[in-house]
Ligand binder design. Structure first.
Ligand SMILES: Cc1cc2nc3c(=O)[nH]c(=O)nc-3n(C[C@H](O)[C@H](O)[C@H](O)COP(=O)(O)OP(=O)(O)OC[C@H]3O[C@@H](n4cnc5c(N)ncnc54)[C@H](O)[C@@H]3O)c2cc1C
Length: 383
């Protein structure tokens, strides 16, 4: 008798999934392009649909997924690259704006090429060019029912969803209490400085706190920034009044890993902490720190890649099945590595996987995203 296959995909929490506003990709023309910081690392692209049909609304904080055909002059071999970029404007009818930071090679590996898509956008894409764009998506957004005061915490290019959320919140209620914390190294990296300062000047209810961790000589405290430090929980505790807030956090991995658990420790309920990380970062939540409890079996789980014919012991030092597959020479296509674009959707033939981060999209029955999951039992993957 053949054993009955068991497939189970455990999601960490309920997801508010919406139908995409259009299927597949839609063509958008770059109507305008412009830098947003002194270093010219952050560049905005204003996108209008070629079909001239109205743009569907999106929830403030959501992103677009792009399919780039990157020419072989950049990658050595022409290839399709998929990346997500957040809409950095409030829901508007005429255009979508994205703001993209050019990602340099890692400091310890300066010989590597800079980020493929961000470099392509900055250096090759100009006004009039056409981009292929999937519909707005994502679970990191200001929902209409969230009417409480807001605390928006971001660093670096993580400011993009906060801009959208800030605009939308003020449009709904210009008097809403908003605390806007933004962290960068110094004035050279300060994205959309005048724009945000202007909003704060016009709205006494927007409390702007900019932190520079390494101010330059030309940076002036109380003019360009308010605090010489990184954003941390001590700053938040010192400044925020005790009341019910919705917290939104977006930034680099170290900031997320320090602030999200610290907010929980401070007593903020999880359902009022919303966070997003731009990339493969996985926020380590408290409950993940204990891997096994006394009496649990500790034999390694077996991961079988059926197409490749490889059965391997799962190594828990990998943060996800995608990384584990790559390290073992198994090819799974990927895009965002953050549970957002769906490129690494794989068929789970047997067993159970567990998500360490909520996927952003609705998946086919029996499939899972390899970039944000780990095995829970022995599993068989069609790869
Ligand atoms: C939901 C979501 C929303 C996002 N929103 C925004 C946004 O609003 N704005 C924004 O700027 N970004 C955003 N991002 C990030 C964006 O999608 C890309 O991840 C980012 O632009 C980097 O992509 P890239 O192709 O330029 O870099 P990649 O080519 O992916 O390279 C990333 C880094 O890896 C290095 N690298 C290259 N080759 C290797 C190698 N062999 N080994 C090790 N390292 C290597 C590169 O030098 C670079 O430092 C978002 C991401 C997500 C998931």
């Amino acid at each position: 008798m053949t054993e009955k296959k068991q497939i189970k995909i455990t999601k960490p929490q309920t997801v508010h999934l919406q139908q995409p506003a259009w299927d597949g990709v839609r063509e958008f023309k770059v109507d305008r392009k412009g830098f947003e910081d002194k270093s010219q690392l952050a560049c905005s692209f204003y996108l209008v649909p070629l079909d001239s049909q109205p743009l569907p609304a999106y929830l403030p904080g959501q992103y677009l997924t792009f399919e780039f055909d990157i020419p072989d002059t950049i990658t050595q071999s022409a290839k399709k690259v998929i990346r997500c970029y957040t809409i950095s404007e409030m829901p508007l009818a005429e255009y979508y704006r994205i703001t993209v930071k050019k990602i340099p090679a890692p400091k310890d590996m300066p010989d590597l090429p800079s980020g493929i898509s961000s470099t392509f956008l900055h250096d090759q894409i100009n006004e009039g060019d056409v981009l292929l764009v999937r519909a707005p998506a994502g679970h990191f957004y200001l929902a209409p029912e969230m009417t409480e005061p807001l605390v928006l915490i971001s660093a670096g290019i993580g400011i993009t969803p906060m801009l959208s959320i800030l605009h939308a919140a003020l449009k709904d209620d210009p008097k809403r209490e908003i605390w806007f914390f933004y962290g960068v190294r110094n004035g050279h990296e300060h994205v959309l400085k005048d724009h945000i300062e202007d909003i704060a000047e016009k709205h006494g209810n927007v409390n702007l706190h900019v932190c520079y961790s390494q101010p330059d000589e030309g940076d002036v405290i109380d003019r360009d920034y308010q605090h010489k430090c990184r954003i941390d929980i001590n700053l938040l505790r010192a400044l925020l009044p005790l009341k019910t807030f919705q917290f939104f956090v977006c930034g680099p991995k170290p900031m997320m890993e320090s602030i999200v658990p610290a907010l929980e420790d401070w007593g903020v309920p999880k359902q009022r902490i919303h966070y997003e990380s731009f990339g493969p970062a996985t926020v380590i939540r408290h409950e993940k720190s204990v891997q096994t409890t006394a009496g649990e079996k500790t034999e390694p789980l077996i991961v079988t890649f059926t197409k490749s014919g490889k059965s391997l012991n799962w190594d828990p030092s990998f943060s996800c099945l995608l990384e584990f597959a790559e390290a073992n020479g198994i090819d799974i296509s990927f895009g965002c590595r953050a549970g957002s674009c769906g490129t690494c959707e794989s068929v789970l033939e047997e067993g159970e996987v567990e998500y360490n981060q909520e996927p952003d999209l609705d998946l086919e029955e029996g499939t899972f995203l390899a970039c944000v999951s780990i095995p829970k039992t022995n599993i068989k993957i069609s790869a």
